[in-house]
Design a protein around this ligand. Structure first.
Ligand SMILES: Nc1ncnc2c1ncn2[C@@H]1O[C@H](COP(=O)(O)OP(=O)(O)OP(=O)(O)O)[C@@H](O)[C@H]1O
Ligand SMILES: [Mg+2]
Length: 188
């Protein structure tokens, strides 16, 4: 297991407490969607029972923004995060991408069911940069037919007054790994 998934697993301990019954005896899928790679990590009682990566990520959306609006990669990346793209962005570019993302998630879960003894996922937690996309939780809930929320390892942490809560909420899924690394017990 690579360091990213290991750290995300540590951050999962924080998130688990926010689940009904603290996630006990439930299968929780942590789905990290980054730039090029989507990772499905299924956890039960704090242990990873399944880990699989597949090529899918937000780089595809960035490329579609580039070609649709004639932007450079840098412009497309910045506009995607900051907003301010033309009105047709949501219907013409974002919605079709989210649709494909939902399908990829559903397929990844089918593969998990087909290759393990498990036949149910109780919750999905979304992490990685793409988890910040508006509407992603609704799309995944619908496609996967599983209760889905965006992972927020900071939900129960006291925040410094220097941190803007809104910005942290948007950055939180990307910070899963950093958060997990910070929590690692070096005496373990
Ligand atoms: N606020 C945001 N809104 C929309 N997309 C975002 C936002 N922040 C980051 N992203 C997208 O998330 C992706 C990067 O996510 P992340 O940082 O998790 O990837 P990574 O771990 O570097 O890549 P990978 O996991 O593929 O190796 C990029 O496609 C980026 O455009
Ligand atoms: Mg990543």
């Amino acid at each position: 297991m690579d360091i990213d998934s290991f750290a995300a697993q540590a951050a999962f301990e924080l998130i688990e407490r926010q689940l009904p019954d603290a996630g006990k005896d439930q299968s929780v899928a942590i789905i990290d969607i980054g730039g090029a790679i989507m990772t499905l990590n299924v956890m039960r009682n704090g242990q990873s029972v399944y880990l699989r990566e597949q090529p899918f990520g937000g780089n595809q959306l960035t490329q579609e923004i580039q070609s649709h609006f004639g932007m450079s990669p840098e412009e497309a990346e910045a506009a995607k995060r900051a907003g301010g793209l033309p009105d047709n962005y949501e219907t013409d570019v974002l919605a079709p991408f989210l649709d494909r993302l939902g399908l990829e998630v559903a397929r990844a879960l089918q593969f998990f069911f087909a290759s393990t003894q498990f036949n149910q996922i109780n919750h999905i937690l979304l992490a990685g940069g793409c988890a910040a996309l508006p509407g992603i939780d609704e799309v995944v809930t619908k496609r996967a037919a599983v209760n889905t929320r965006v992972a927020n390892p900071f939900a129960n942490m006291a925040l410094s007054s220097k941190i803007r809560p809104k910005q942290l909420t948007s950055d939180a899924p990307s910070l899963m790994v950093a958060c997990g690394l910070a929590m690692r017990r070096f005496d373990a």
